[in-house]
Design a protein around this ligand. Structure first.
Ligand SMILES: N[C@@H](CCC(=O)N[C@@H](CS)C(=O)NCC(=O)O)C(=O)O
Length: 219
């Protein structure tokens, strides 16, 4: 049995979504990100930095959502969600897969400041502005690509979309998407996919962000 170690609305959603797209059977062990359970020795044995996702599969335990995505796509090629070496889109597949983390670390910094700091006085308006601007910068190549095609790769939906598409659940809380019509259409398109709908239903109601938009007012 495949087991996903998961925190709702976190990067482990990427794997929840991908496995739903593949129609795999799996179980989920759910954690809280704030109660210390990811720092317990038995969890650190699965994911040494105490992060989600971790995935138990085929007799091994993997961590890092990008590695898990590549592993699932390569070991379950019948689903057509990877682009293996030699495929003309292999390079683009890898680029988007890893670009997702360039975006996600900015989102993580913003989450840390807006959501996790106990005392709002500890927030740095300078950092908040800087990271929101840097996140907005990452959207330009995405907009250009999605203006030409429905998904990140011209040939269609792939594991790159589950990696990067997850980020777009968070981005609208920090960057106004009015100048990005192709990204907005993409968000609607991926949200309509049955695999995404099933993963969202399994993930539960979003309780992470208390505001629709986090506006920086000074700094
Ligand atoms: N590059 C890693 C990042 C994993 C990561 O940082 N996950 C966050 C949730 S989105 C986490 O587990 N945070 C727990 C913590 O920082 O204590 C991946 O893509 O799997």
């Amino acid at each position: 049995m495949i087991r996903l170690h998961h925190v709702p609305f976190s990067r482990s959603f990427r794997i929840l979504w991908l496995m739903n797209e593949m129609g795999l059977e799996f179980e989920v062990t759910e954690y809280s990100i704030t109660d210390g359970s990811l720092r317990k020795p038995d969890y650190l044995a699965k994911s040494p930095a105490g992060r989600v996702p971790a995935l138990e599969i085929d007799g091994i335990t993997l961590f890092e959502s990008g590695a898990i995505t590549e592993y699932l796509c390569e070991t379950r090629p019948d689903h057509g969600l990877g682009r293996t070496p030699g495929h003309p889109e292999r390079a683009a597949f890898l680029e988007w897969l890893h670009y997702a983390e360039t975006m996600a670390h900015l989102i993580a910094n913003l989450n840390l400041q807006w959501v996790f700091l106990r005392d709002p006085a500890m927030r740095s308006p300078t950092l908040l502005k800087m990271e929101a601007r840097r996140l907005a910068l990452t959207l330009a190549p995405l907009e250009a690509t999605l203006a030409r095609q429905d998904y990140l790769l011209a040939s269609g939906f792939s594991g790159a979309d589950t990696m990067l598409g997850y980020n777009l659940l968070a981005v609208p809380h920090f960057v106004r998407l009015d100048p990005y019509p192709a990204i907005r259409a993409y968000i609607d398109r991926i949200a309509r996919r049955p695999g995404h709908v099933a993963a969202r239903a399994r993930d539960g109601v979003q309780q992470f962000y208390k505001r629709d938009f986090y506006e920086v007012t000074d700094g």
